[in-house]
Write a protein of this length. Structure first.
Length: 221
């Protein structure tokens, strides 16, 4: 049984809950903007994690992964939308899909800016446990949102990336693409855990975050 750092697990999990809620609320808000109130009427335009939680993807699997030191993984309940209500049935689904990863990118940039301010304070408070906790929290926030953003941009259903890819496909190609639906989770599992397709983009993303947050500070190593 690996050593469990309870405070670290709590920080990671709180960051995950907030990030998943922000991601799904962004989908709901964008769907409402494009004319479909379905998610808003279901109460999904909120940061309340209870409204978005999926028992397996939001609770059991993430906690098990973090406690066991497995790669952090999780999801929330998908935000539904009715394409018939959209003011633009072609572009609307694309913008709704991009709202999720876009919200993750906003949180990454926000975390990096806060980390830079905190890093500047290290010289003033070099041994502050509170400062260390805040740095750890916002680093987790940047890390988790990087994972969520990159993972959701994979162009396979039911992930956000598949709506973006469908925009560029012909109707015939869209039908063939949708036929992958029953097998998409198996394909995703193989791509992520067997072929490790997230390793390179995550490495690049974390390098960029470290330079944006810590370049010119004592924390860049």
């Amino acid at each position: 049984m690996p050593d469990i750092n309870i405070s670290e697990v709590v920080l990671q999990y709180l960051c995950l809950l907030f990030s998943l809620s922000f991601h799904e609320a962004a989908h709901a808000t964008m769907a409402n903007y494009w004319g479909d109130p379905t998610a808003r009427l279901m109460g999904r335009m909120t940061l309340n994690p209870i409204k978005h939680a999926d028992i397996m993807g939001t609770v059991i699997l993430p906690l098990f992964a973090m406690i066991s030191h497995f790669p952090m993984f999780g999801w929330a309940k998908p935000v539904p939308f009715n394409p018939r209500n959209l003011t633009d049935r072609k572009r609307g689904p694309v913008w709704i899909a991009l709202a999720g990863p876009g919200s993750n990118l906003l949180l990454i940039l926000f975390a990096a800016i806060v980390l830079r301010a905190l890093a500047a304070a290290v010289n003033v408070f070099p041994d502050s446990p509170v400062l260390e906790m805040f740095i750890q929290t916002f680093f987790f926030l940047a890390l988790i949102n990087s994972i969520l953003m990159i993972f959701n941009l994979i162009p396979l259903p039911p992930l956000d990336g598949h709506h973006v890819l469908e925009y560029f496909l012909s109707p015939e190609a869209q039908q063939k693409f949708e036929s992958l639906g029953p097998y998409s989770l198996i394909i995703l599992f193989i791509l992520v855990f067997q072929f490790n397709i997230l390793t390179v983009p995550m490495g690049i993303m974390m390098l960029l975050i470290k330079y944006l947050a810590f370049y010119g500070t004592p924390l860049l190593q």
